[in-house]
Ligand binder design. Structure first.
Ligand SMILES: C[S@@+](CC[C@H](N)C(=O)[O-])C[C@H]1O[C@@H](n2cnc3c(N)ncnc32)[C@H](O)[C@@H]1O
Length: 263
């Protein structure tokens, strides 16, 4: 399997170019997986955020930042793409909740943010980041000792390079074919199914073991895990897209907390 083709697509310019489509798709409800599975699951795992200081790490156009701020949190968002940040700031102007956005690499957050945040949230973006260790070092540093790190991923066991639904001649989904789970690394957009975000960007595939080991090596314990399924309302609205999610999940939300034994 060759995964060598793609470095250029991972620059900030690639994300700048994606920003208009991505922002519009979320704003117009064109990503039912986000609206009906992802955001509710992230909010479930986050719980009550009122008056909490939250860093939205790799915030994109800030849709999650605004949802969290609306629930009473004090939110800062960081991202590497100026265009994503421009859109985030523009949305924030028409929102009643103040959110500060900064251009920053997740591996080099502000030095002054040591032990600053109650919660770091990272929504669907660790897959975009190459340096997981460098990112977790910074997450651990900026979190308060009793803080929480909540992140979501495309499910590493069921949404991986080359995976696909196998369909019958009428287009009914029979089962999902996954393979080469243990082959990690960056895979270009051609490795991912049509229509979604990864088919425009590619992403870094890592096994679940890699994520949990990386968390452990940075002093985190996994405290909660959610594999969201659609409810009846969501299924009625988007049966084609969400129906298969009752059989094989596409999303995973994890809460990690600093291990009190090594504080
Ligand atoms: C799939 S989007 C997710 C954005 C946001 N978390 C959300 O929920 O919409 C991935 C984001 O990763 C950002 N990104 C990619 N590589 C990055 C890097 N090295 N440093 C900071 N941000 C990066 C992109 O600019 C983009 O906003």
């Amino acid at each position: 399997m060759s995964n060598e083709t793609i470095d250029r697509s991972r620059t900030a310019a690639a994300y700048d170019a994606l920003a208009a489509w991505y922002d519009r798709a979320i704003s117009h409800g064109e990503l039912p997986l986000f609206d009906h599975l992802l955001y509710p699951a992230v909010q479930r795992v986050l719980g009550d955020v009122a008056e909490r200081s939250v860093l939205d790490l790799v915030c994109g156009p800030g849709h999650l930042s605004r949802r969290i701020a609306k629930r009473g949190a004090h939110v800062i968002g960081v991202d590497v793409s100026e265009e994503m940040l421009r859109r985030a700031r523009e949305h924030a102007r028409s929102s009643e909740n103040a959110i500060a956005y900064y251009r920053m690499e997740p591996t080099a957050l502000a030095a002054s943010w040591h032990s600053t945040f109650d919660i770091v949230v990272c929504n669907m973006a660790l897959v975009d980041l190459e340096d997981l260790d460098g990112t977790l070092t910074e997450v651990r540093r900026v979190l308060r000792p009793a803080g929480r790190f909540v992140f979501s991923l495309i499910h590493p066991c069921f949404v991986m390079p080359g995976c696909e639904w196998v369909e019958d001649e009428r287009g009914n989904k029979l089962f999902k074919r996954v393979d080469r789970y243990f082959e990690e690394g960056y895979f270009g957009k051609e490795w991912y199914g049509q229509g979604g975000l990864r088919s425009r960007l590619g992403g870094n595939h890592r096994t679940l073991t890699t994520y949990v080991r990386a968390l452990r090596s940075h002093g985190f314990l996994v405290a909660a895990l959610d594999e969201p399924k659609p409810d009846g309302h969501a299924l009625r609205l988007h049966p084609q897209v969400l129906g298969p999610q009752l059989r094989v999940p596409s999303m995973l939300v994890i809460e990690a907390v600093p291990d009190p034994r090594i504080l």
